[in-house]
Design a protein around this ligand. Structure first.
Ligand SMILES: Nc1ncnc2c1ncn2[C@@H]1O[C@H](COP(=O)(O)OP(=O)(O)O)[C@@H](O)[C@H]1O
Ligand SMILES: [Mg+2]
Length: 316
């Protein structure tokens, strides 16, 4: 399978001096065409920042991001492959949908970035109605406003807005995290069906391992700006390599029977200093060797993690 998006040593900092926050550290990733690639990790680990760099809302401080081998960022400028090619659905449809706009205006808004002929062709009433129906809404909803809908319906509106330009790639940033569990499942199923029907590639961001397991083909696990493990979802969920992945998975006891105990977070220790592993201060398996950060190492082709004791065995 070919790569659609590649990140090479991508770094993102916010602020300056004492306020400096490094949100993403030396991230290497490849997202393949047609897959649902998951990004998981606790709040603040840098997931949304990666998503925002892909759609042009944040620029990388260093490193390279390519889309079909062409730079997405070039000298601080975002180079969209084609307007509307990459679209996003955010977590909270309450704040991502303008309350003053009608559903119709919300959905057609991304078309404004398109050349006029294409804008007309993609914005016909017939096309709008069929898209609206496809996401589970009705024609008469077009003239209504976001507050007249439930959370799940609002997220369906956000999905229609993302699809109106016929994108190839969608960033889904916690798209169901604000929804009730029963509604979550419906929206996830809709996203799965749409992916198949439209040959979409997904970057699916969530802090929820169960949702990631349901949706994704491959997964990257982030901890404090670092990618600590990347691999194929099913085997990785069966036998995670990195202690942090094991801890995240221990919230899913029904499927996860660890060959190596997850343990849970260790009592926070003073961090091990600038050279230490990023997970040092909370790792249940930390040892002196971890004061020197581990390199990323392959467990098997396409599956890597950064831990001296990955898979519960010493690699130092
Ligand atoms: N615009 C911003 N300005 C300053 N800090 C930010 C900004 N956006 C994100 N951050 C910080 O970057 C880190 C990663 O944030 P984020 O990517 O939103 O994490 P996640 O999506 O995994 O919860 C956090 O420490 C967050 O506070
Ligand atoms: Mg986020």
């Amino acid at each position: 399978m070919d790569d659609m998006i590649r990140l090479q040593q991508v770094h993102k900092q916010f602020g300056k001096g004492k306020q400096l926050v490094t949100a993403v550290k030396e991230a290497d990733l490849a997202i393949r065409r047609g897959e649902a690639f998951g990004l998981v990790g606790e709040s603040g680990s840098g997931k949304s920042t990666i998503g925002k760099m892909l759609i042009g809302l944040e620029s990388p401080t260093a490193g390279a991001i390519t889309y079909l081998d062409r730079p997405l960022w070039d000298k601080g400028q975002y180079r969209s492959p084609r307007p509307g090619e990459i679209q996003i659905v955010f977590q909270d449809p309450q704040s991502s949908l303008d309350p003053r706009m009608t559903v119709k205006d919300i959905i057609v808004e991304p078309l404004h970035a398109l050349p006029s002929a294409e804008r007309k062709e993609k914005g016909t009433q017939a096309r709008l109605v069929s898209l609206l129906r496809r996401v589970g809404l009705k024609e008469e909803h077009l003239s209504r406003h976001p507050h007249e809908f439930s959370g799940g319906q609002r997220q369906r509106i956000a999905i229609a807005r993302a699809l109106i330009t016929d994108p190839s790639f969608l960033v889904l940033d916690e798209p169901t995290s604000a929804l009730d569990v029963s509604v979550q499942a419906q929206v996830l199923n809709l996203l799965k069906e749409l992916q198949k029907e439209r040959n979409l590639t997904y970057l699916f961001i969530s802090h929820n391992m169960a949702v990631i397991r349901y949706m994704c083909d491959r997964v990257a696990v982030m901890y404090k700006g670092h990618i600590v493990e990347v691999g194929p979802a099913r085997p990785m969920f069966r036998e995670p390599d990195h202690p942090y992945t094991r801890i995240l998975l221990s919230s899913l006891p029904s499927v996860y029977e660890p060959s190596v105990p997850a343990g849970g977070f260790a009592e926070p220790a003073a961090d091990g200093g600038a050279n230490a592993c990023s997970f040092y201060s909370r790792c249940p398996s930390r040892q002196n060797a971890c004061l020197q950060a581990p390199a990323f190492a392959e467990k098997e082709t396409g599956w890597s993690s950064a831990c001296h004791f990955r898979g519960g065995r010493a690699h130092v």
